[in-house]
Design a protein around this ligand. Structure first.
Ligand code: SF4
Length: 169
């Protein structure tokens, strides 16, 4: 049974991607971005362990909401999040947005992390750079961060700054 170290779960949040979402905030981040919005999430000991199965039940119980992975950085717990993402995509029609301090290229170069990409719909990538902070940006703090559609064309409610990519699966 896989477990994820979870800092917090927000249900029906509208702040973590488009529409209603169940947002899983995981514990643990080593990027140490200056001005990080959530430094209490840096410790890998923060929060509590939760079984992937229990997180899946909670996600499935909300028929209205799509899913967001955030933190912390979910890619430090890549294996367990990959399992959760795979189960979500195989067993529901929900979309998954995932925030990370790694760039897409760093993730693609690491076999352990890259395994999650086929199961995500959208990756918001890269570290937050305080000197480049732009409060006008949607869903990200600095313009180096990209909203990347991993499987083709963005939905009709296109969001400025997105980077559509070719299909990975
Ligand atoms: S990646 Fe996110 S959580 Fe981690 S230090 Fe940077 S802003 Fe904070």
């Amino acid at each position: 049974m896989s477990r994820i170290r979870v800092l917090d779960i927000l249900e029906q949040t509208m702040a973590d991607g488009p529409g209603f979402r169940t947002a899983i905030y995981c514990a643990g981040c080593k990027h140490a971005c200056k001005g990080c919005h959530n430094p209490q999430s840096w410790s890998f000991e923060a929060g509590k362990w939760m079984e992937v199965e229990d997180l899946l039940d909670l996600i499935k119980a909300d028929s209205m909401s799509n899913v967001t992975f955030s933190g912390g950085d979910p890619f430090y717990q890549a294996e367990a999040f990959t399992e959760l993402a795979r189960r979500i995509k195989e067993e529901t029609d929900k979309t998954i947005w995932c925030w990370t301090g790694f760039t897409l290229e760093e993730i693609q170069a690491d076999e352990r992390m890259a395994g999650m990409l086929p199961w995500l719909d959208v990756l918001v990538d890269g570290p937050f750079i305080l000197e480049r902070r732009d409060t006008e940006l949607l869903f990200r703090g600095s313009p180096n961060q990209r909203i990347i559609y991993l499987h083709g064309e963005p939905p009709s409610d296109d969001i400025p700054g997105t980077v559509p990519l070719v299909k990975l699966r």
